[in-house]
Each structure stands twice: as C-alpha cells, then as structure tokens.
Design a protein around this ligand. Sequence first.
Ligand code: C2O
Ligand code: CU
Length: 469
Amino acid sequence: MRPPRLTRRHFLAASGAMLAWAALPPMKAWARADEALRLSAGKASFSLEPYGPAEVGGCWGYNGTVPGPVIRVKQGARLRAMLENALAEDTTIHWHGIRLPNAMDGVPHLTQAPVAPGGRFEYDFTLPDAGTYWYHPHANAPEQLGRGLSGALIVEEAEPYPADREILWLLDDWMLDRDANLVGGFDDMHARSHDGRIGNTVTINGRLQDDEPVRPGERIRLRIINAANGRIFRLKFGDLPAHVIALDGQPVAPFEAGRVTLGPGMRADVVLDIAASADMGIDVIDDFYAPAAFRLITLQVAGESVRVAALDSVPPALPPNPVPEPELADAVNHEIEFKGGMMGSLPRDEMIGLMRQGMAWTVNGQPHAPDAHRHEAPLFAVERDATCRLTLINDTRWFHPIHLHGHHFRVLTRDGQPEPHLPLRDTVLMGPQERVEIAFKADNPGDWMIHCHVLEHHAGGMGGVFRVT
Ligand code: C2O
Ligand code: CU
C-alpha cells in the first residue's frame, strides 16, 4: 500500500475536525420507458481508497452501490422504476423535486403503503421538468439516508446545454469511527434538537478524491446535490466566477455567485469557465462552518486549452420548465411558524414535555412525527389551481431547509426584503429567526408533505401535510 499523501485535509482529519473526500464517475443507469429500472434497496458499501479502507461498514444502498445509480432521463419521458426491498425494514422512494402524481410521491402512510421487507413497488410517472433532482427513501429517513440510500436523477433538456463537459457531484456526509464503520445511534435526541447528524467525512459521489482534472478554456456545467442528513455546504471555487444557472433543478437567470450555499436536499447547477491561460489548481473550499473550513477538492488544470476564442462572460440561460407561475394578485395566505430546538423560544417546561415524547420542534404549536401524518388534519388546504402565499416563520436558533412536495415555489422575500433572483425552488434554507415568504400555484391535487430536510429535525416533529383539493 502506498503511503497516503499528506494534505491539509489529512491534518484536519488528524485534529478530529474533518475528513473531506471525493469522486469517481458513478455508475449510470439510463431509464427506458419499455422496461422498469430495478432499484434494490439493501446492503452496500463504498470505498475510502486510497486514503482509507476499501469498505465502509454498515452501509445501505441501491443495487449495492453508494450512492445509487445515476438515473438519466429525457425531459417529458416516462420513468418506470421497480423498488425491491432487501432491507429488514419498510422503505419507499421519494423523487425529490419531481412534480408527479401524488400516488408516486413515496411518502409512507400518506401517498402509499410502506414497502415491507421482501416487497416491491413500481413507480411510474413522466418527468415534466428538466434539471438536477435526486431520489431517496421517505421511511426512517435519518438512518436510511444516513447509511447511504440516495442517488441522482438527471432530467436532460431537449437540446444539450452548450458546455464542454458536465460534472456531477452528489455530496454526502458520514459519521465514521476509526475503523471506518458508520457510527450507529442515528437520530439521537442531540441530533434532533440541534443541527442534525453532522459527520466527520465528506464524499463526492461516494468517493474520496483529491482532485478533479479540468482543461484550460473549458466551460463546465457542474451539478451539485446535497444528500447529507444535516450538513450545509457553502462552496467557493477559488477566484473563478461561478455562474448559477439553476437552483433545485429550475432555471434561473444566470448570475455570478461568490459562494454557493446548499442546505440538505438542495441542488445547484453552476457553470465554471476555466481561463484559457489557467495553469494552477483551483481549490474548492467549504466554509459554512468557518473557522472549520476545509478544502473539498481541487480542480486540477492540465493539458492544452480546449478553445482559442473567448467565451461570453455570462453563460447562456437554460430554457424554462413548464412550472405554472403563482398569481400573486389572487393569492390565499397561510402562515407556518416553527419553534423549538435547543436555546429556542419555547418555555422550558414545554421543551421538556416535547423531549419526553422524543420530539424537539413544533409546527404551528404542535410536533408532527413523520409516522403520524396520515392521522392529522392538514396544516392548511388550498383549492386546486389557486395560488398560495406561504409565510414561513423560523422562531428558532437553527437553520432549516424547508421542502415542499409536489410543487416548486417562488421565494419572494426574506425578512421583508425581496429575495435576489426570485428563484423557483422546492427547498428553501431559512436562517435562524428568519421569516421567508414563498408562493406557488397549487396545481397538483393530493395530500403533500412540507418538512425540514434536516432529517433529524423532521423526525423530531418538524413537518406536516398540506392539502390541494
Ligand atoms: Cu427529499 Cu420529503 O424529501
Ligand atoms: Cu430543520
């Protein structure tokens, strides 16, 4: 075995702060309408080579891989996927960000019966929107995603985007012991009441990779998915102008971002233009938990320039998806207030009472355990095709990526200030004590989840149902 190279990353690891790691191209699966893609949830593993053991113990994955196969489908195509449950517990698949019929949404007890061990369930729907999406279980999510069940779902535009190359990074975060086994005790009360399960090892596509080779002059479309349970990423690409062209799969007028912030569940498509004269590595830094910043990976520039002519300084926009625009003039208003968590505004007795039930958060005054959703009245109901303007009030000391199922929404304001770029998203990251206004056209009938995508927060009560009648 060759001795590991000593890098800054390994220093951080040695000091117990952080291991960072990255990627080989993941296994791909092309879905064809005439046959169902098989996704078997069961035991799996991934390798930390060349920096650590060949197998991380205790993982689960789809078709034996971590992450699961990359599913690529053309916009407008049909996806048929047969979930086979080889786990010893119930599971489902949720297609995060896809606007699909309610019965295909994969929420156990709400949109389908859970798939028991040994059971199967066929998902069958069409993909209305191009973009970067992902899939994961919606049962015992802190543990099932924490052990590795998730994968990328890429819906391709009709016309390929004019970039030289596409790179996909599915980011995940693992809590490993010294022998590279997953640390058990998922979803403990500490994770529930603080910032979720934050690990000590970050992978890109289930690998530890020191650098990603790039060519001078290249225009790269980088798709980034945050599949971590609780970790938030804030990436800076050296001095490169990073142009965001899509958020949560939905196109946005391209804008230059100093940093790209992704809470759990969120995605960004970023265009990176490597200068034709570049000859040095470009460090990609994550500084969300600064001063515990770390180098995620280095874009290693090598080879001949791929172009002579200069590129336009702003990359082209993606074509819009057919998402209905909210009609604000006729909107109905609803409000959701989140309270709880450590150091929050709930009186001490109330917090102790909650924690006695294993809960840590309230949504409009009540904790909502994931398994209880079918028994509960919806948080609010909207008539089909009405526009809902929803005010999300974060009366807590913590960040919460709030995810809506079945719809994408415009983020309108944050603490009363217009949100830059008014993005269309399926998940919005609320800062501590922030108040965020969103709006969406409720065109998709059914009972849908709205919840925090810090999976331990959802398990601790931070979710609920809204109804489109
Ligand atoms: Cu990505 Cu309700 O989940
Ligand atoms: Cu949360």
